[in-house]
Design a protein around this ligand. Sequence first.
Ligand SMILES: [Zn+2]
Length: 364
Amino acid sequence: MLKKIFLPLLLIVLLMSRTEAGTWSPELRVGILSGVKQVSLKVSAPCVMLNAAKGNVLNKIPAGGSFTVDFEHLKINAVEVRPEKVPIQELTIEVDGKKYYGGVSVNKGKDSLTVINLVPLEEYLHGVLAKEMSPSYPLEALKAQAVAARSFALKNRGRHVKEVFDLCSSTHCQVYVGVTDFDSINRAIDETRGAVLVYKEKLIDTNFHADSGGMTEDVADVWGRATPYLVAVREIVQLATPWTVKVPAKDFSKQLDLDDVKTVKLSKLTVGQGASDRTSSGRVQSAQINGKKFTGTELRQKFSLPSTLFDMKLDAGEVIFTGYGRGHGVGMSQVGARDYAKEGWSYEKILKHYYKDTKLKKLY
Ligand SMILES: [Zn+2]
């Protein structure tokens, strides 16, 4: 009698430990291909093909099986390929030869297919981190990036709901490349498993950029919406090296649709000091050229400047920009995270430096 109860119990415990303990994470739908007429797929483990709307099995695919989904022959709105026996995080699938964790959904649009990767969040992070930060960065910096990327994904989940997926795989959301395998990155993700950043118990927008150049920027000065945890913070470790961009005066005038450039008016840059034409971090709000006003963002875009933290002058037929940092300056600086980690800071301390008054929270 005892044996009769014990065996099913043991089986349940074993099944739970295999499918849940320590391996489960929320499933994301990440758009990886669109506007295609067909897609070739190859699975690593036995799979089923389902009618996505009804859930009924249409086909079974053996381990190593490859097949093509074709726009002309697909008669229903969407099919899903999911593993038949193993948990979804243990499946890999090749999509036109590129390997991804998890399964896929192939959706039929008006005249083409959209391919969506059905991927658990923790596995998704492997395909994001390797693109966002060098695997050679110190572990605590990689861990800070893992928490930032995880929080961003959950906070922005459903951003592409009209296209029936959660996130795209380009810079619009986060660049995502599928399966990668770097020991340092694997460790950074595992050691922060399920951890996100919250402000007053709510998930935060973890914007980040390459290099603050000495001080980060208040989000209100970039995108015009004040956010209590995305304020300008001064860097404690300062290793910023300046950059220079030179533009021939003729090209400069032409780009701005001006007659020959004669005067350039912009206050001198001191990083971390505001002015009437600069934000509190010193980034250019506006500059006057031949008496006409141009915003720092406009100038950055027109002349491909690394940031808006710059000085500019007219000298010997050239307009010379000298500045610091790379990127918009909002939130965590990746170079800063690297430098703080080298100084011995923990990932938690790094994150709290860049995202004011936030807390780490473990969701699972
Ligand atoms: Zn997107």
